[in-house]
Ligand binder design. Structure first.
Ligand code: PLP
Length: 401
């Protein structure tokens, strides 16, 4: 069936434009949209609240939970379905047993939503927030050197009160990969054994995640970015030790083993962080997108392909007068961040560049910290698209010279 065709041909969003915003939202393949419509139809045909529909709904949920758990290298009991990355980070985080004076150590490239949630948690529970600086390390070192350097930085930042470390797996700004497994190992040796929360917004679907997801305490992701699923469904892989002590925060009937006995019967597994009614057809859509991506190659093969395309873009940018990449080495995955400068070295307005490219049907985005442009390449990207972006950037630079 359609899985035999290159998945890009199944994505209406890629027709008639040149798309590089996979880190913002991935395009939805038509078969995934059709799977959602079919699921909705079946629910209506069986009857939306009938004994007949429950096994069907259960089957959709079980299938997507199993698929996501397999990608994470964990059993399905460790996988909670959520709405997005942020709720996957925040729901278990707020359920942990905090004590006044505990320290939260946050990487300096974390997403504002997750940072805000940690800051508010700290304010309410009298915790301290400190920063693990990794941005500079990423910009001036090779990916290979990064592991040891991040671990050194971690060593300097840890204190006897550190209770949590927050670090993205694939940084959304520089596109660097953080050594999550090594960080987890180091934290195990700390007297507090701090929790490790990993924001997997950019890693899930773009690089292999099982090694990191299976050792983090909270590994939170969404289906709507690199997995090319619908918006509104994500997941979080939770560690066994977290499941033993974390209390559900946003509580509803899906957190419960038995609806009738309420709080005494929270699920022992990750479902204690699920809440209530949600949109079941999204599960069918995401399962379909994951199958379509799997048909393009293993996670390792797809990562390799993204890396090749990112390498082409990164090298093209080195040759482009006035372009500066954030990384001084080819990117380790599919995110390529850069700035454009005029002849006197002054940085060009990033919003203006995004708009100008958008008018030409080329879609990249800008970021605030640092102020830069970001283009993402996925398995659906072609070399011709990368070259088209490079040509458009060259033309912009020449026009503005
Ligand atoms: C690194 C990172 N974390 C979190 C988010 C927020 O994702 P969501 O809207 O799925 O919670 C994003 C979205 O761009 C992101 O890039």
């Amino acid at each position: 069936m359609s899985a035999k065709r290159p998945v890009r041909e199944l994505m209406p969003a890629l027709a008639g434009k040149t798309y590089f915003n996979y880190g913002g939202q991935g395009p939805l393949p038509s078969p995934s949209l059709e799977a959602m419509v079919a699921c909705w139809r079946t629910i209506q045909e069986l009857g939306p609240f009938t004994t007949a529909v429950w096994p069907f709904i259960e089957a959709q949920t079980v299938a997507v939970r199993q698929a996501l758990a397999t990608l994470c290298g964990v059993g399905p009991h460790r996988l909670a379905l959520t709405e997005n990355v942020t709720s996957g980070c925040v729901l278990p985080l707020w359920g942990l047993p905090w004590q006044r004076g505990d320290e939260l150590l946050l990487g300096d490239c974390e997403h504002p939503g997750v940072v805000a949630a940690c800051q508010e948690l700290a304010r309410r529970k009298a915790l301290r927030v400190s920063v693990l600086p990794v941005l500079e390390l990423c910009c001036s070192n090779t990916q290979e050197a990064l592991e040891a350097l991040v671990l050194e930085q971690l060593e300097r930042a840890l204190t006897p009160n550190t209770r949590l470390v927050v670090l993205s797996h694939l940084l959304w700004n520089t596109g660097s990969i953080m050594p999550i497994a090594a960080v987890a190992q180091r934290l195990q040796q700390h007297s507090n054994q701090p929790w490790l929360l990993v924001d997997a917004a950019q890693s899930m679907g773009s690089i292999p995640v099982d090694e990191a997801a299976s050792v983090a305490d909270i590994y939170a992701f969404t289906g709507h970015k690199w997995c090319c699923g619908p918006e509104g469904l994500g997941g979080v892989a939770l560690s066994e030790r977290l499941l033993e002590v974390a209390q559900p925060t946003l509580i509803g009937w899906r957190s419960l083993r038995h609806e009738s006995t309420a709080a005494s019967s929270f699920h022992h597994d990750a479902r204690r962080f699920e809440v209530a009614t949600s949109c079941v057809p999204l599960a069918s859509g995401l399962t379909c997108s994951l199958d379509l991506l799997a048909a393009q190659g293993s996670p390792q093969q797809r990562h390799q392909r993204c890396r090749q395309l990112a390498d082409r873009l990164w090298r093209g940018l080195q040759a482009l007068p006035g372009a500066r990449t954030l990384l001084n080495q080819p990117p380790p995955a599919g995110l390529v961040s850069f700035t454009l400068h005029d002849a006197s070295g002054r940085q060009r307005d990033t919003a203006g560049t995004v708009d100008a490219l958008g008018r030409a049907g080329i879609w990249i985005r800008r970021l605030d910290q640092p102020d830069c442009l970001r283009a993402c390449v996925h398995v659906t990207t072609t070399e011709a698209e990368v070259d088209h972006l490079l040509q458009a950037l060259t033309a912009l630079q020449q026009r503005q010279a």
